[in-house]
Design a protein around this ligand. Structure first.
Ligand code: ZN
Length: 188
């Protein structure tokens, strides 16, 4: 197992639609093990395969709220349904999210309050998840990665301009930028 470098906004694989997994091979099992290790090292609440340079429809997630048991898993070839977004402006305190592929920043974004996700796990067993709130946000964020969408792509114009400014300053927004948890210090 290994902690993998995480691609940063501008790397073409983050902006491309990922391909379905045909067969769960040893290579896929090794990739998912590395994704868990990378996600935990970052640390992050989710990680999609394109973020570590693999254009396949796989993501891992890991979250624990104040009361609940740890909620963790991997989903291969997910499908996602969501309740329509509620109208209004997102609350910066309650509705801000971040991304390991735009590290060190958070911006408010309205997400659907409830999702239903299906797919399979690494053994090939069906996954069927219905979640609300922050867990639903994680599912939407990671699913977006498989369609080549970063959460910053969904921000309003003002925040998008800020994103562009930050990217320019840090040399992001073009191919080749990446960071490795535990090795690269990030200036948040
Ligand atoms: Zn992300």
């Amino acid at each position: 197992m290994a902690v993998l470098p995480i691609r940063i906004m501008g790397d073409p694989i983050l902006h491309s639609v990922a391909a379905p997994v045909d067969e769960i091979t040893d290579e896929i099992r090794a990739l998912v093990a590395d994704m868990y290790e990378t996600m935990d090292a970052a640390p992050g609440v989710g990680l999609a395969a394109p973020q570590v340079g693999v254009g396949l429809r796989i993501y891992t997630y890991s979250y624990q709220d104040d009361h609940g048991a740890p909620w963790r898993g991997e989903i291969i070839n997910p499908e996602l349904w969501m309740r329509p977004l509620e109208p209004g402006v997102p609350d910066p305190d309650e509705e801000s999210e971040g991304c390991l592929s735009f590290p060190g920043e958070r911006f408010p974004l309205r997400r659907s309050p409830a999702v239903h996700v299906t797919g399979t796990d690494l053994v090939g067993d069906p996954v069927d998840i219905r979640v609300n709130g922050w867990c639903a946000r994680i599912m939407q964020h990671e699913f977006d990665h498989l369609d080549g969408i970063l959460y910053v792509d969904r921000l309003d114009d003002g925040d998008w301009k800020t994103v562009q400014k930050i990217a320019r300053k840090r040399g992001w927004g073009r191919p080749g930028a990446q960071w490795t948890p535990g090795i690269d210090e990030l200036d948040a």
